[in-house]
Design a protein around this ligand. Structure first.
Ligand code: ZN
Length: 294
């Protein structure tokens, strides 16, 4: 086993079939599939996992076989920001499933470039909290921030994907755009997805401690925002936290998972323990699924 190979234990998995249960499947990177009854909500699905050489040298295209193997249906897709590892696969998925896409103006521009009908896309207002419903899911899009981990403490690939964009484009042209985190309420459960390791506390909806049952928390590049784990837990106050976006996203899902550089998983656990030694940490294997049950 390579020293960076990582096998995460599954915590909180339960049997299928409870009508009040919510399925949570980790698709890799910041990607999740949430299921409730026969409704499906995707957040930042990225199955293509293009290799680093491809990313640097050639335009990116979705890996249809990888997506088809993982995604069979979706009612909506939520896009946190428009970097390639959050949005590249969304046009293909939206065309394939008919899912409605919610995201920034940049994400909407990319959907238009793919030929998706405008009626299938909602460009969220930047800087404004927006609540909408997708079947049984009540979603609140919350203005957020991206980790400024590029040289000089800057957001990597900043700016917008223009409305004149013609796809396919190279990875570096997937500009960040506006950033949103998502609070999702469904079947008596509340989840929160923070897809980049940064946040704007003043935008986070105020809720009681533990009202958020599960925080899906990006831990990639958190070194650029000191104290971000404590700040995130302080602002969102979840019952349990699931770290994500720590897998090397340039590596095929068919190979054993390896951590991104500087992940320091043990340090993350220590930071959670420092915040609250009783706070539960849940992890899933790549492609793994758990259920939240009432
Ligand atoms: Zn990003």
């Amino acid at each position: 086993m390579h020293p960076n190979d990582f096998a995460a234990p599954t915590v909180g998995a339960g049997p299928l079939g409870d009508p009040a249960s919510v399925g949570v499947r980790w698709l890799g990177t910041a990607g999740y599939e949430l299921t409730a009854g026969d409704a499906t909500l995707l957040i930042d699905p990225y199955l293509t996992r293009a290799g680093l050489a491809h990313f640097v040298t050639r335009p990116l295209t979705p890996d249809a076989a990888a997506i088809d193997a993982a995604i069979t249906r979706a009612d909506a897709v939520l896009v946190g920001h428009s970097h390639f590892d959050h949005v590249l696969d969304v046009p293909y998925i939206a065309h394939k499933t008919g899912a409605h896409v919610y995201g920034s103006r940049s994400a909407a521009n990319l959907m238009a470039a793919s030929g998706l009908p405008a009626a299938q896309v909602t460009a969220l207002d930047p800087g404004r909290t927006t609540t909408f419903e997708v079947g049984p899911f009540r979603v609140t899009a919350v203005p957020s921030l991206h980790s400024p981990f590029a040289f000089g403490n800057k957001v990597p690939y900043p700016g917008e994907i223009p409305c004149t964009c013609e796809i396919p484009i190279r990875g570096k042209r997937y500009r960040c755009g506006d950033v949103f985190s998502y609070r999702v309420e469904v079947a008596g459960h509340t989840l929160y997805h923070l897809g980049s390791a940064n946040l704007a506390e003043e935008s986070i909806p105020k809720t009681a401690d533990g009202a958020v049952e599960l925080l899906l928390l990006c831990i990639a590049a958190r070194f650029a925002v000191p104290g971000i784990i404590k700040r995130s837990l302080d602002a969102i106050r979840p019952q349990r936290v699931m770290p994500m976006h720590y897998d090397n996203l340039f590596r095929s899902a068919a190979k054993p998972l390896r951590l991104l550089p500087l992940t320091r998983f043990g340090r993350f656990v220590d930071e959670v323990r420092d915040f609250d030694r009783d706070l539960a940490i849940a992890t899933l294997p790549l492609g793994g699924r758990m259920e939240l049950r009432s």
